[in-house]
Ligand binder design. Structure first.
Ligand SMILES: *Cc1c(COP(=O)(O)O)cnc(C)c1O
Length: 233
């Protein structure tokens, strides 16, 4: 069933899930090429938070395999059944994680994008060791130094990375959510520079409003919700 896109540009209202997936995938390729990047070096994560199984299933049927959720409990309720619909589904946690949910998160997810503080490194390290599961993680950086936002302060990133390595947590790269309503490009460029300096190859950045910019600036994972599913209710 087609869902309306927020702000509804003409035409997009009638696109179904497969059309939207094809559109976003094509836009990623278009943004990657002039930057000298290969489209296949960018992984599209469909952010399915608040979407029910009926909205997610058509994307799985259209071939999408990477999905992201921001709440452990919601994902626990939805994903065991959805995973059974196709092999190769990769589930990403993109929301703030409380330390007391680390065990559940490690059991359910495949990648964690919100590693942002020492207490969480400790909890995740313990949970991974206990379950003998090693999940690639992204250190989330509070790139705009916003008081209310999650993420590690820029100055604290090297120490957090060192602690994560000591805890045998495989850190794949850095993740950010730039400040809303301002140009995101300088923040993406800063995150890319930080990752280079730390010898990290993966960058999780870019959402529905700015994923093409993020791809031009080196994103290897983009996290797209609204542009694939329509507006969240
Ligand atoms: C919701 C969310 C997204 C997707 O946002 P859209 O604007 O709907 O694409 C991406 N990343 C994080 C961390 C989110 O919470």
């Amino acid at each position: 069933m087609p869902l309306p896109i927020a702000g509804g540009m003409s035409g997009e209202n009638t696109m179904n899930a497969a059309d939207r997936l094809a559109d976003v995938t094509a836009r990623i390729a278009t943004a990657a090429r002039p930057a000298g990047r290969k489209p296949e070096d960018v992984t599209l994560i469909a952010i399915s938070k608040t979407q029910d199984a009926d909205a997610i299933a058509p994307l799985i049927a259209a071939g999408q395999r990477h999905f992201g959720e921001n709440r452990v409990q919601e994902a626990q309720a939805k994903w065991p059944a959805l995973r059974a619909q196709a092999p190769g589904i990769v589930l990403h946690l993109v929301g703030q994680l409380q330390s007391n949910k680390a065990e559940d998160a490690v059991a359910l997810f495949d990648v964690i994008h919100s590693l942002d503080r020492p207490s969480l490194v400790t909890a995740l390290g313990k949970a991974m060791a206990a379950q003998d599961r090693s999940l690639p993680c992204f250190v989330q950086v509070n790139i705009g130094a916003e008081e209310q936002k999650g993420g590690c302060a820029i100055a604290d990133v090297p120490a957090l990375l060192e602690q994560a390595r000591a805890a045998h947590i495989p850190v794949a790269g850095l993740m950010c959510v730039p400040p809303a309503d301002v140009e995101a490009a300088p923040y993406f460029a800063l995150l890319a520079k930080m990752a280079r300096e730390q010898g990290l190859s993966e960058l999780s950045m870019g959402m529905s409003g700015d994923y093409e910019t993020a791809v031009m600036l080196g994103a290897t994972y983009v996290r797209v919700g609204t542009a694939l599913f329509g507006a969240r209710s």
